[in-house]
Design a protein around this ligand. Structure first.
Ligand code: FES
Length: 544
């Protein structure tokens, strides 16, 4: 028996997992006709990996639980194998122009790519001739999830977007493992896999890819630099500096931003298209944090604001136009569904809302209204909060009655283990410790914050009450908490549509102070406190 992405079939001997997935109507990415070369057909095997044929030479780069689906088939006579491809969100086709940044005034359209008759100009220099509309891409290259948006650069309208699980997952679920993987397997394997997935996403967009003349990329320092073929080794070693940061320090370059062509990035966009990597701030405080600042227009903000972009590396920014402090907090992948038994990214099939009814039963909301395959970050926050609200879990994350697991959906085998709660407690502890450290370093308390922006892939759907109840965010009044969803992609969009804003960002990042959490004397104490599932008090200890 074989279950792929929740769909089940009897396994036929001699047929690969790839063939079975195709027969089940699941499209597996490939660019090599199943010959083991492209490495795109990777699947994560969650059950029964020992029942499969042994790995082939094409799979030497993979460790369990990952296999290339075109290279393995069921070897055992009986048993159940469960696996899933890298998951996707539904592509959305937009019909209206968007107002970048929600309620704030629209950014004035001022892209780097312009037209003069049939001449297509990049910064005023001709790169192509065409009468077709001109397009650009904004991409948030997250450790767990990748989001790409397609824009018409002549009217600023968003045409479509796509999201999918970062296929680099086979190299580990956090940035440190990816750095280790890239060091042990030189050969740009991680980058090539992303390029393959991106190529499929771009080719599915409803425009001719060769009319895409610019792409703006944001991501944490490691993800961004892997994409731009930079050596990431130094980001993984103290003092955690990226190669671009070291080169700025030695006078070899003036900015940590990166520029490549579409051709060199192995993408099907115009070969002379510019691929612009937004500058990183410092260390692990990357281009995603920089993009968040742009999304909320921090460079012009008078009020004291905080931005918390929750992810595998949580970005924390506190400040206003006078002073900005930023930190990156290695919270791990738990709130993005990694390292959790039934965890998954916020893509189709993920449980994102959870409520416990009066009779003790769970009511689940699932992205895409399909059968649940797992639980994403916002769903995990809801479960924890509901378990606390109903007294089924204590502050220390222990289930009542000595249970080891809580079942949310028996039919689809969706559950939460006490060991999962432990992982979430540690991720939450790191986030809270990061917040307390940054605030105390800035010399302010949580009460001084006028706006607390809650960002991140699941920031838009995160239940604020639930987040406060379990102490994921400070206990601030509703009117001070603003959920802004994926601020990093909003910032990438702004940088794509406005040259002025891009220049402004280049300048803002140079004056951001980097708060190094790992060397802060109070971080560990804050962490221990933050692991408890209890509301966070209004004021952290201010240490100067
Ligand atoms: S399809 Fe290319 S490696 Fe499997």
């Amino acid at each position: 028996m074989l279950t792929v992405n929740g769909r089940t079939a009897d396994a036929s001997p001699g047929f690969t997992l790839f063939d079975h997935a195709t027969a089940l109507g699941i499209r597996v990415p490939t660019s090599c006709q199943k010959t083991g070369k492209c490495k795109e057909c990777v699947v994560e095997v969650t059950d029964g990996i020992e029942l499969l044929t042994p790995p082939t030479a094409s799979e030497a780069h993979l460790k369990p639980p990952f296999r290339l689906s075109c290279q393995c088939s069921l070897a055992a006579e009986s048993g159940i194998v469960r696996c899933h491809t890298m998951r996707r969100g539904q592509m959305r086709i937009e019909r209206h122009a968007v107002n970048v940044g929600g309620d704030r005034p629209a950014v004035e359209l001022e892209p780097s790519v312009t037209r003069d008759g049939d001449r297509i100009l990049l910064d005023g220099v001709e790169i192509a001739r065409s009468t077709a509309p001109i397009h650009g891409l904004a991409m948030d290259l997250g450790t767990t999830t990748i989001v790409v948006r397609l824009f018409n650069l002549e009217n600023g309208g968003q045409i479509a977007d796509a999201s999918f699980e970062n296929p680099q997952r086979f190299g580990g679920s956090d940035v440190m493992s990816r750095i280790r993987y890239d060091t042990e397997h030189p050969g740009k394997l991680l980058r090539r896999t992303v390029a393959g997935y991106l190529t499929h996403a771009i080719e599915e967009f409803p425009v001719d890819p060769s009319t895409i003349y610019e792409m703006v990329v944001v991501g944490n320092s490691t993800m961004r630099d892997l994409f731009f073929r930079q050596n990431v080794y130094s980001i993984g070693q103290t003092p955690y500096r990226s190669i671009t940061e070291l080169e700025v320090a030695s006078g070899k370059r003036t900015s940590t931003s990166l520029i490549e062509t579409g051709r060199r990035c192995l993408l099907p966009i115009h070969p002379k298209a510019r691929v612009y990597g937004v500058p990183i701030i410092s260390g692990h405080v990357g281009a995603d944090a920089a993009a968040c600042m742009l999304a909320v227009d921090l460079a012009h903000e008078d009020r004291l604001v905080a931005i918390m972009d929750i992810g595998t590396n949580t970005e924390l920014i506190v400040g206003n136009r006078h002073r900005i402090l930023a930190a990156s907090c290695p919270a791990g992948p738990a709130f993005e569904g990694g390292a959790i038994s039934c965890g998954m990214p916020a893509l189709d099939g993920a449980v994102e809302d959870v409520a416990i009814d009066d009779d003790g039963r769970f009511t689940l909301g699932v992205i895409g209204n399909v059968a649940p395959q797992g639980i994403c970050g916002s769903g995990l926050v809801d479960v924890l909060s509901e378990l606390r609200r109903t007294g089924r879990m204590n502050e220390m994350g222990r289930f009542e009655d000595g249970l080891a697991r809580v079942v949310l959906d028996r039919d689809h085998d969706i559950y939460l283990l006490e060991s999962d709660v432990n992982e979430l407690a540690q991720a939450k502890g790191a986030n809270v410790a990061g917040l307390r450290t940054v605030f105390s370093h800035y010399g302010v308390g949580f009460d001084d914050i006028e706006v607390f922006y809650l960002a991140g892939g699941f920031g838009r759907h995160l239940n604020v009450d639930a987040s406060r109840r379990i102490g994921l965010i400070p206990n601030l009044a509703d009117d001070r908490i603003v959920r802004i969803g994926n601020a990093a992609i909003e910032g990438a969009t702004t940088a794509l549509l406005s040259r002025t804003k891009r220049r402004e960002l280049e300048s803002t990042v140079t004056r951001v102070e980097h708060c190094r959490l790992e060397t802060h004397p109070d971080f560990f104490d804050f962490f221990v406190f933050g692991c408890q599932f209890a509301p966070v008090g209004p004021t952290p200890e201010v240490v100067g």
